[in-house]
Design a protein around this ligand. Sequence first.
Ligand code: SF4
Ligand code: F3S
Length: 392
Amino acid sequence: MPRTYNPQLGREQSYPYEKREEERDWHWGMVINTNRCINCNTCSFACKSTWTSGEGEEYMWWMNVETEPYGGYPMGWDMRLLDDLGADRTIFEAAEEGEQVRGYVAEKEDWEYPALGDDQSHGEYPAGDVVESDPHEEEYHDMWQFYLPRLCNHCKNPACLAACPRKAIYKREEDGIVLLDQERCRGYRRCVKACPYHKPMYNPETGISEKPVGCFPRIEDGNVPRCVSSCIGKTRLHGNINRGPDAGRPNGVSSAAAGRSPINYLVKSDEKVALPLYPQFGTQPQVFYMPPFHVPPEFLTQMFTPNVEEKRNDWPGSTYEESVKIIQRRARDPSHHVLGILQLFGATTRLIETYTVKENRVKGWDRKGKKVVDMPIEEPMEVREGEQWTNQ
Ligand code: SF4
Ligand code: F3S
């Protein structure tokens, strides 16, 4: 089986498909700040009304929001697979004899309740009338829940693509979006079984499968996907994850806008604040999450880091758990630079290719070099003179 380096795991892994080794200049990516998500599902409905409102698509939610730790669509999707993988095997390395990928097909009833577990907290109500903060670590809560928006990750090692015997799934050269060619598909459903995030779905009316399309027509026009533009909590930023600090300026753009994309900074700079979901699956997902800062790090360590004891040199703490704590603190109390980038979330429907943070202003440019955002990072706060009003 071919080998490929996986930077999210910090090691080589097997991947059963000859992939393009060199990185694309432009690759679809997204950062989601879970601390801002309110589970309104505007993103889910925007996606559904755009892409999956036809016959046979009734149960298809390409975009869904789950309440952690009890929600899941399909039910139990992550725990079921993690139990099968054990300590340090990707889904490719744990494949059974004759298979390319380890996975499972969710049953019909697993798909029937996309809102199962919504708003259920983990932990017990303390006895007595007053809920007190946890004395062992005031930063974290005894009772907690958080919302996890889930979508196709347009992985760099897509399991759906590797599993299809018809080669009906491909990764676009220009932006890394993973698409399913419905003319080639014969409904084998290996993709449905293989994707550890369960995003390809079978349409019983047409007899072929469908998968999320990364809103490619909008990306081609320089706009962000519908789930990003519709998000009322301004939880998301979309863009070119591969645009690093040494990138030159786009054509016609002033030199002020040269350099990395804002999502590349959040994911890959020394100030890493966003993490991939279950990187231990080995697909190199390209949706990254700013972790919720009130949730105990033991839980998040399992969800957002490779499933191994040792820690890698490019992580900030001495263990993965310590690293997650540091990243949570950065999300709770962001640096001025990260605060500037956070203002770009939801600021425009145009796709922000480059940005600058200077003093109290953040600016963003689109792929054509047009300035699309120019705003203050912190607004002055006015304190009114005089006595506070009372009704006494
Ligand atoms: Fe394929 Fe699933 Fe990865 Fe999307 S999340 S690219 S469907 S393996
Ligand atoms: Fe291939 Fe999935 Fe169709 S495995 S044939 S793309 S159902």
